[in-house]
Design a protein around this ligand. Sequence first.
Ligand SMILES: NC(=O)c1ccc[n+]([C@@H]2O[C@H](COP(=O)([O-])OP(=O)(O)OC[C@H]3O[C@@H](n4cnc5c(N)ncnc54)[C@H](OP(=O)(O)O)[C@@H]3O)[C@@H](O)[C@H]2O)c1
Length: 309
Amino acid sequence: MKAIALDEFGDYDVMKLRELPDPLVPGESVRISVKAVGVNRVDSVIRAGDFNGYFPSHVPLIPGWDVAGVIDTVGVGVTRFEPGDEVMAYAQKDSLQFGTYAELVTVTEGIVARKPAALTFAQAGSLPLAGLTAWQALQAVAVGIGDVVLVHAASGGVGHLAVQLARTLGASRVIGTASIRNHDFLRSLGVEPVEYGPDLPSRLAELLGGDGRVDAVLDLMGGEALKQSFLLVRNPVRLVSVVDPAVKAQGGRFVFARPDGVGLGRLAELADLGRLWPEVTKELPLEQAVEAQRLVDDGHTRGKIVLIP
Ligand SMILES: NC(=O)c1ccc[n+]([C@@H]2O[C@H](COP(=O)([O-])OP(=O)(O)OC[C@H]3O[C@@H](n4cnc5c(N)ncnc54)[C@H](OP(=O)(O)O)[C@@H]3O)[C@@H](O)[C@H]2O)c1
């Protein structure tokens, strides 16, 4: 199969298009013929070698944790899927080597969900990691009926899904930070947009009235946004960061998204009901993985960028 792989960790150009052996299909695994790969910030972290202290890693290493495609082979122990099924998965594994920037990828059955019929393969490939991150972060701070929720970086990959899911969970108001060029996009998702920056607390106070604070905050930015968040949330136990684990020392929550086929199946149902709509800003051929990672790392992507093998 063709895949993007690296033999050493480093800058973007360590990634090369290669011919590598087709992956084997152990008992409880399915092999997916890849149709779309969501590109995530973590892909660059892995490429640079910055996750080597957390996960065992082996070269040649194929990056990528997001996939949508069609099952081409199932292991002997698989019960829920068969060849031809259209699926998606958040394909984080216990070690780093066999990622999704490839024509074929093998994943365990338990992390796979059916592709929503309402979504294209590109949308489905963009959904698992960002969607599950958003979902698990919202669960961590128990977002529910009547909550006023602030989502930082609301126009990004995780953010634009988090705001839609917060509405679905019953939040009465969802406020999202973004630059002005993304405010109409946020309004189209039912979000009240607000510019980020040092004036965020005063802007929010103006928007909200009262004590200028919200019930729950999703920090998808870290740094200044996280610092501000402690002032903007009524109780720090309802502040969750997916960026900075140090939030825990001050009473907040941290989420590192877990693969979860059942949770992903719920997101698929919401997509089929028209309540969750992944925005794919750009589709690039797999060969342009370097360009895709650069664009994502630039930090101003609206929605998601997807690679197509
Ligand atoms: N812990 C986990 O499991 C987990 C999982 C997924 C992601 N993450 C992390 O979560 C973060 C967000 O991921 P993502 O994929 O959503 O990123 P992303 O798609 O790259 O986010 C891009 C968005 O960030 C906005 N942005 C840029 N600077 C901002 C600022 N100062 N304040 C508010 N918004 C700003 C941009 O809006 P404008 O263009 O309008 O500026 C853009 O729409 C990343 O750090 C990522 O590594 C963690």
